[in-house]
Design a protein around this ligand. Structure first.
Ligand code: SIN
Length: 287
């Protein structure tokens, strides 16, 4: 193994990576080790990274091409690849996405090709609260009863971004017709196979899912809620307490995450996220 080391953060999810400096290009052998560890542990922590937006983007591109977020109003000026997540108001305007993400989700799950993962850089964080909580959806799936797994394996869930946005984000600007056209409802398999290690995971979120294909909204949402109540048991979770300079890479193909509450009016939280493009989810039954 090249000069990096991994140490697990929680039994089923997360590893800290030591020995990396993201201000410089990461060597191919180290990237291969990172990509495998990401598939196996879902969340990688790299501490002490005092990097510029350009260095953040350059490292993220080593994982793959980057998405431009549909909410371009929350991207870092001059850096459309960086989506700002923040409660800070400057010149009377929010500098980033605020007040959201307090429910478990995987980023851009509502796209035809949901994102592979995200690289999240902490610039400012409150002393209390504002952690990010992660769930291993592969460990949760593995722990389900076999009969439930079989029932889920041919199900598809309809993710509907506009439906969710219009019910939830009444404090944000209304979506334009152009924005709506980019995010039509999309059906994805509820169990997905990880393309790197072949491990199956639940592919569900607390937001955007309107129904299972062929079932009505209310019935579907009850089943989704039951599955998520199971998946968010403490054995499947890692909660990250942030320090400035932390970078977390998370894998959207086998995990969900959410931001934890904090004092949004009296403290500052400023995070930069790049989002790596992914491929269409699929399920392949084990041979
Ligand atoms: C996100 O959902 O991408 C951000 C999570 C956080 O703010 O902790």
């Amino acid at each position: 193994m090249p000069g990096i080391e991994f140490a697990n953060l929680a039994p089923n999810i997360g590893a800290e990576v030591r020995g990396l400096d993201l201000s410089r290009p990461v060597a191919a052998a180290e990237m291969a080790a990172l990509e495998r560890a990401l598939a196996d542990r879902a969340v990688l922590l790299i501490r002490g990274q005092d990097i510029t937006p350009e260095q953040h983007i350059a490292f993220s591109r080593q994982l793959g091409p980057l998405e431009d977020h549909v909410l371009s109003n929350f991207c870092l000026p001059g850096h459309k690849e960086i989506f700002v997540v923040s409660n800070i108001i400057e010149n009377g305007k929010h500098i980033g996405a605020f007040g959201g993400s307090k429910q478990y989700h995987s980023d851009l799950a509502y796209l035809d090709e949901p994102s592979l993962g995200s690289v999240f850089h902490c610039l400012e964080c409150p002393e209390e609260g504002g952690e990010t909580s992660f769930v291993s959806m592969s460990a949760a799936y593995a722990a389900l009863p076999e009969e439930r797994k079989r029932w889920l394996q041919d199900k598809k869930a309809v993710f509907d971004y506009v439906w969710h946005y219009e019910r939830t984000h009444r404090d944000r600007p209304a979506l334009t017709d152009e924005q709506k056209a980019k995010v039509p409802p999309i059906a994805h398999p509820v169990v997905r196979t990880h393309p790197v290690n072949g491990v199956p995971s639940l592919f569900l979120t607390e937001i955007w899912i309107r129904r299972f294909e062929g079932m009505d909204d209310a019935e579907s949402q009850k089943i989704v809620a039951d599955l998520l109540a199971f998946a968010t048991g403490p054995e499947f979770i890692y909660v990250h307490k942030w320090s400035p300079g932390d970078i977390l890479i998370w894998d959207n193909r086998n995990s969900m995450h959410k931001a934890c509450p904090f004092d949004e009016t009296g403290t500052r939280r400023r995070m930069h996220r790049t989002t790596v493009t992914g491929t269409r989810p699929y399920f392949e039954a084990a041979a």
